[in-house]
Ligand binder design. Structure first.
Ligand code: ARG
Length: 587
């Protein structure tokens, strides 16, 4: 049980004994840590409802708590706040449990779910760009946070492999190499196992194709026709398209791996395609499909909508399908294959309306209930000009270049700080990559996800302040303190016995993790873990500056402090792993 849950239970029982709602006993961390550790505001609300004096009511509740040995102090402040401070014995016992717990005092769900999480969305042929970066970083962390709580999470990359860009690529390649067997309509197969081009070709072809289609309506019509033929199943186009997917997947999988992001499923929009006819039939049978200007639509607006929600377009007038159609059919596919309790989409908030339409259509059609479909939205990473981040040349920065850039910058910072310099070329390089990626990921995750933030590598890379490098450094430092203590004979860790202020603060910080893990889970907000990790690292620094550890002459105090340090290191490392951040062994 988390500390707040436990205190709320203790307080709730006192409210219940006074004939009041137990929920009034909700405990929280004190607003004034100089006065108390925890507080409860329930007496104010209860007194208001009962027309009683709140201080008098608070005093009655407090009186009943004072002989509970878990508290060192229970007092009333202001108009009727109940202020609470734990006894050192109670805090020590709790911290001991955290020190002994492989989960470091983390919260676990009582009702674990099976969840499909969609947090990739890279598009075939286009390199992964920073627009996909936040999906991957936030999604990977949420996947780990949910798994830690006990959920079974299936991560799906959900490749964008089915739209017009596919036809554009096919027709562009046909211009360059018309004699390839894939373009011979009479050839039914087999087709070569080896791709006729490589990924660099693919990256080169796509911008050419998209520019040509923009400039020339004839080329655009050709690309549309090729897309339709591909979707209808023309053998040569299908074979070529499978090469495109394989080349792209290999490239993006490597980029994701460098970011510490891994998917369980590599399905794509195309996997939903075969399910579309039957799905459309079922929607028609329910009377949900209407004809509008030749297109077939599903109306999803509701009375009382604050803003207009346009209908979901199932088929355009030429019969082709859109993003909403494939996303709806993907829900059908996920129900059929994994039958999860919930589906979570970690996607840019600019796609909110799209998901609203899809979720409503799914609900109306009885495919999957909307209250179990979550769009976990996030803001954009902006440049210093306040617009979505671009390279200096004005293009979208590729993920690969971004990783190289942060690694290079980290290398320079490490050299300036004299860190990780004597380990040999390979390790120094590996540490730089970890520090660079940690800086990037932590900077992204530490912002409340729905806010935009500015890409500022110098700030991300600082070794002081709430940054990835600071936390990696803190984790490495705790480990070196422990290693040094272990090297000194006669310094084993032992029972936690909190007696000094810095020990108490560190114990409380360790204790806070359970509720933080729970709130991060409930709200799908990784930044709460970033805040906690930073706070824990800082509290440890103060503890370490003020108190001796390995060379403390009192054996019991030394053993207790070693346990505190070990628990801190373990919790810090656990949180880094929940954030998807890989810490170097040394730096
Ligand atoms: N491929 C899309 C894009 O690049 C993102 C897909 C997100 N997932 C989804 N199920 N719609 O914008």
């Amino acid at each position: 049980m988390t500390i707040l849950a436990e205190l709320s239970d203790v307080l709730g029982a006192r409210f219940a004994a006074a004939g009041l709602e137990p929920a009034l006993g909700a405990a929280r961390w004190a607003d004034r840590p100089d006065l108390a550790q925890f507080q409860c505001n329930g007496a104010l609300a209860a007194a208001k409802a009962a027309g009683e004096n709140p201080r008098a009511l608070a005093e009655r509740i407090a009186a009943a708590l004072r002989d509970n040995p878990i508290f060192a102090d229970v007092s009333i402040a202001g108009p009727g706040f109940i202020n609470l401070t734990l006894s050192d014995e109670a805090l020590s016992a709790r911290v001991q449990r955290i020190a002994d717990d492989p989960r470091c005092g983390g919260w676990a769900s009582a009702d674990p779910e099976k969840i499909v999480m969609d947090y990739g969305g890279p598009n075939i042929a286009k390199p992964l760009h920073v627009g996909h970066l936040r999906s991957a970083i936030i999604g990977e962390s949420l996947k780990r946070i949910l798994r830690f709580a006990g959920d079974t999470v299936i991560g799906d990359a959900h490749l964008g492999d089915w739209g017009l860009p596919m036809g554009q690529l096919i027709t562009e390649l046909k211009r360059e190499q018309p004699s390839l067997v894939y373009f011979d309509p009479s050839h039914e197969g087999p087709f070569p196992a080896e791709a006729p081009i490589d990924f660099a070709d693919l990256e080169r072809l796509y911008p050419l194709a998209s520019a040509a289609c923009k400039a020339d309506p004839e080329r655009a019509a050709e690309a549309r026709a090729a897309t339709a033929e591909l979707q209808r199943g023309r053998a040569g186009y299908r074979a070529l398209w499978r090469h495109f997917i394989a080349l792209s997947r290999a490239a993006v999988e490597r980029d994701y791996a460098d970011l510490g992001v891994a998917f369980d499923l590599w399905k794509g929009e195309s996997d939903a395609d075969p399910l579309i006819p039957a799905m459309a039939e079922a929607l028609r049978a329910k009377g949900l499909v209407e004809e509008s200007d030749g297109a077939q639509i599903v109306r999803v607006a509701r009375e009382g909508d604050a803003k207009e929600i346009p209908p979901l377009i199932l088929f355009k007038s030429d019969g082709s399908v859109l993003y909403g159609t494939t996303d709806l059919a993907t829900i059908v596919d996920r129900v059929n294959t994994d039958n999860p309790d919930r589906m979570i989409y970690v996607v840019d908030q600019r796609q909110s309306l799209h998901f609203e339409q899809v979720f409503r259509a799914s609900d109306l059609a009885g495919i999957f209930p909307a209250d179990r479909l979550e769009h976990i939205r996030f803001g954009t990473m902006n440049g210093k000009d306040g617009k979505p981040f671009k390279t200096r040349e004005g293009g979208v920065l590729k993920l690969r270049d971004l990783i190289d850039m942060v690694t290079e910058r980290a290398q320079a910072r490490l050299a300036e700080s004299g860190l990780a310099q004597d380990y040999g070329e390979a390790e120094t390089q590996a540490v730089a990559r970890k520090v660079g990626v940690a800086a990037l990921k932590f900077a992204d995750l530490s912002n409340q996800r729905t806010t935009d933030y500015v890409f500022d590598l110098d700030r991300f890379m600082a070794f002081e302040g709430k940054t990835g490098p600071y936390l990696l450094y803190a984790s490495v430092r705790v480990r070196s303190v422990l290693a040094r203590a272990e090297a000194m004979s006669g310094a084993p860790a032992g029972p936690v016995a909190i007696a000094e202020r810095e020990e108490r603060d560190l114990g409380l910080a360790l204790t806070a993790f359970g509720d933080v893990a729970r709130e991060a889970y409930d709200k799908r907000m990784p930044h709460l873990l970033c805040d906690h990790a930073f706070q824990l690292a800082q509290t440890f620094s103060k503890f370490y500056a003020a108190r001796r550890i390995a060379d403390e002459p009192d054996a019991a105090a030394r053993a207790s402090r070693l346990s505190l340090a070990r628990a801190t290191g373990a919790q810090l490392d656990l949180i880094l792993s929940l954030l998807g951040i890989d810490a170097p062994a040394r730096m």
